[in-house]
Design a protein around this ligand. Sequence first.
Ligand code: FE2
Length: 386
Amino acid sequence: MAKEIKNVEYGLEKIFEGAQDFLPLLGTDYVEFYVGNAKQAAHFYKSAFGFQSYAYKGMETGSKESVSYVVSQDKIKLILTTPLNSKSEINDHIVKHGDGVKVIALWVEDAKKAWEETTSRGAKSYMEPTVESDENGEVVRAGIYTYGETIHMFVERKNYHGKFLPQFVEWKSDYNPEPTGLKFIDHMVGNVGWGEMDIWVKWYEDVMGFENFLSFDDKQIHTEYSALMSKVMSNGNGRIKFPINEPAKAAKKSQIEEYLDFYEGPGVQHIAVATNDIIETVTQLRARGIEFLSTPPEEYYKAVPKRLADHNHELAEDIEKLKSLGIMIDADEEGYLLQIFTKPVEDRPTLFFEIIQRMGARGFGAGNFKALFESIEREQEKRGTL
Ligand code: FE2
């Protein structure tokens, strides 16, 4: 008899007694990208992913150095930022890394305390606690460096009632494509260099009070050609999950090495966004031009019913429908999950998105790694980077 499986939002709520509570995190606040053309990037995220116009800052609002468009969908907020002149430091980031994630902002009760707790434990400061205010109140932000040039910004907004942040105004647009059902960020993955995974695992444990709750070595994550290692870090309430990957030695070049070559250092590899209806979401995304990795072969889908049955689960969705959309399925003791990966959304083979629907499972699709990486290798082969 199969157990009843429900869609879970924060599946890891309060299970990490080992994680420490000196850094309580309420959730992801926003993700900021540095891009070459924020206006066009915002249009892409609206048109293709169904994000909504949310907030704006630029010359009209007194921001003379850079322009930022904020787009939102349910709990997700993305900031797309471009410099307005050649002197801005943002240019250096774009020249080196291409378009990519600069800031993973975390929502906290007390940004000053978050900065003090983390910097006293060894974090390198990016921005000291800074109060920004306007007629809607004040926001306190403070930032620290994580891997590469990536930043964690702590955002305290309990005394702010404006749309987004001071300096930003509401962005109203006549062009408002329908949302595609994206709900919140499930996890964000970082790629780090050879031998650096454990350094960053320890950093997240010591500096952020996170716990390593899942690990995959190169014996589990490999194909005929390439391999990688991964450890998943989570904060105490499970709302923030950061898997960290490093390449492993194999016959050919792994996707992690390809990323490190093209991003020219460590950085965010993928952003996993949750949906409650992956079939509808992926149908929409495909219709709007989002490109996904190639669909796993027939044998993959033939093996799915047994993989679920082995864990005593039944698939609620039509497997033919999942197959036609290229959606993958993985199961663990608690349930199953449905997931699919886009091709990189930049010209460099760097950042991509994952769409995930959790039906009780708390894992990351380990059972799909082989099929997934073989799809990625087919793309690497075309790029001549395998
Ligand atoms: Fe993922």
